[in-house]
Design a protein around this ligand. Sequence first.
Ligand SMILES: [Mg+2]
Length: 211
Amino acid sequence: MNLVHEPGLSFDTVALVCRVIEACRDAAVSQEAYLCDLDRAIGDGDHGTNMRRGLEALAAERQLLSAMPLSDAMIAAGTILVMNIGGAAGPLYGTLLLETGKGLSAGQIPFPQAFLQAVGAVAQRGRSSPGDKTLLDVLVPLSEALVKQTDMRCLAEEIQGFADMTIDMKAVRGRASFLGERSIGHMDPGAASCALFATTVCHELMETARS
Ligand SMILES: [Mg+2]
């Protein structure tokens, strides 16, 4: 199953994009309290609510988004996330989707390369690197695995492990960094939400490939 290695999702993208957005919205709703709990431990406790709000705004536009070319849909989705996710996460998630969409539209590059470039843009935007206890600790290994064409099923099973690695890290960016050593022992909420959505997307793509 190498759907994401095609230079654009070629089959029924309308239904697929709708299902992916709905699944991510459902995940955000069901995990809102969990993500808020993680953020309360090392931040201000609003990450779950912010992500739920962003994904609900995205889901409200899913018919429109799914009718667009994938590149345009990702740019539009990024804009929606920037406007609707509060806190530090909005611009980071927004940049990820916007830059992936731009990569797909401009260079005719395949999805994994566009995603890899977008992750670089997120790192610049957040001025952070892997190991800083942020969502990059999920995005960087995820994008590298996609470029190496890791099997989707293997990848889906690995993603949560990337977020788990942030538990032992000391935060050096964002609000959690004020805690210094005391941030150690808690999973980064951004890494957790990132793993949640990435796993959800993988499962939807596998479902689609099977049906
Ligand atoms: Mg927060």
